[in-house]
Design a protein around this ligand. Structure first.
Ligand SMILES: CC(C)(COP(=O)(O)OP(=O)(O)OC[C@H]1O[C@@H](n2cnc3c(N)ncnc32)[C@H](O)[C@@H]1OP(=O)(O)O)[C@@H](O)C(=O)NCCC(=O)NCCSC(=O)C[C@H](O)C(=O)O
Ligand SMILES: [Mg+2]
Length: 287
């Protein structure tokens, strides 16, 4: 599996302690799974959850879903052991919570001593200020917005339009894009029975540039998969733009016009990206 071209439309958190959910995830149409040992697991269940999760990962059956393990923070008594055990058990990615600085990531990297990809939770004001350096760490391949912790840390209010979080969300996307090849994932939508609200928030995240959304319930997967996939209209337009630009080039022109809008080389690059994403999604569905 190529983690760099893989789609990340839907990324489902599963508490590492819930055996039934761990089993159910083997059949869910999610692009990636975050097996959680942090917030979703009570302190007195941490050690057992680590063992349960290690067993589930070594039993396998998760197919082409990217397997991400969210460890506890290294400042806790569980963090280092989580990273050591789960890195060996077959996780594709380690997700580090409560990151503040580049040095925090380096510390994890030194402790685990392998080049396993690291994703970082972006859920403190310091992490947002330091997003660019964090995303530039050689092992970091993903930034995950932790909108619950951010809301708590900022002392802001919940609003459906997410206005109080907008600057942080944009900083996360900008840092991922500046680093190139780093995935940017939006935070969770807590009202997990509210499909209409989730759809709106997914569209907001997609508009901002996120690659996908982190989720907490299986019912949320299809909504995110649809929202973060190119639409048929976008695919058709991308194909027409590429075709029209190629035709213009043959005639010695650097600009084409499609549907009354100019198409330059940069639009062709964006169109090719749209087609590559659609292809990656189709390929994943066919596997
Ligand atoms: C939110 C839930 C507690 C709801 O659970 P429940 O009431 O049991 O839901 P259902 O009865 O509707 O479940 C139906 C079936 O689906 C399975 N299920 C439920 N959730 C998951 C899941 N996440 N992954 C896989 N399977 C799941 C149930 O087992 C049922 O199966 P079956 O019996 O076979 O039909 C629950 O959904 C849940 O625990 N969700 C995950 C919560 C979580 O992980 N939270 C931590 C991550 S979010 C976070 O930390 C935010 C971040 O750090 C920040 O700061 O923002
Ligand atoms: Mg959090």
């Amino acid at each position: 599996m190529d983690l760099t071209t893989h789609p990340y439309r839907s990324v489902l958190y599963i508490p590492g302690s819930k055996e039934r959910a761990l089993d159910k995830a083997r059949t869910l149409p999610t692009d990636a799974i975050i097996f959680d040992l942090e917030d979703a697991v009570a302190p007195d269940a941490k050690a057992e959850a680590r063992a349960t999760l290690a067993q589930a990962l070594s039993d396998g059956g998760y197919g082409n879903r990217v397997k991400v393990v969210r460890i506890n923070a290294l400042t806790t008594e569980w963090g280092f052991e989580d990273a050591r055990v789960l890195g060996d058990a077959g996780a594709d990615v380690i997700l580090q919570p409560k990151v503040n600085t580049y040095a925090d990531v380096d510390n994890l990297s030194d402790l685990i001593g392998t080049e396993i990809p690291i994703w970082t939770m972006m859920e403190t004001p310091a992490s947002v200020f330091n997003a660019r350096e964090i995303a530039a760490h050689r092992q970091v391949t993903g930034l995950v917005a932790g909108t619950n912790d951010l809301t708590k840390e900022l002392g802001c209010r919940f609003r459906a339009d997410r206005m109080p979080l907008l600057a942080s969300l944009q900083m996360i996307v900008m840092a991922a894009r500046a680093a190139r090849g780093v995935v940017a994932l939006d935070g969770v939508y807590n009202r997990f029975r509210d499909g209409d609200g989730l759809k709106l928030e997914c569209e907001h995240g997609r508009d901002l540039g996120f690659d996908g959304k982190t989720l907490i319930h299986p019912d949320q997967i299809d909504i995110a998969n649809t929202a973060f996939a190119p639409t048929q209209y976008e695919i058709d337009t991308a194909m027409r733009q590429i075709e029209a630009y190629e035709e213009s080039k043959k005639q010695g022109q650097g600009i084409a016009v499609v549907d009354g809008q100019i198409v330059e080389n940069l639009h062709v690059v964006a169109a090719q990206r749209t087609l590559a994403k659609a292809e990656a999604i189709a390929q994943m569905a066919a596997e």
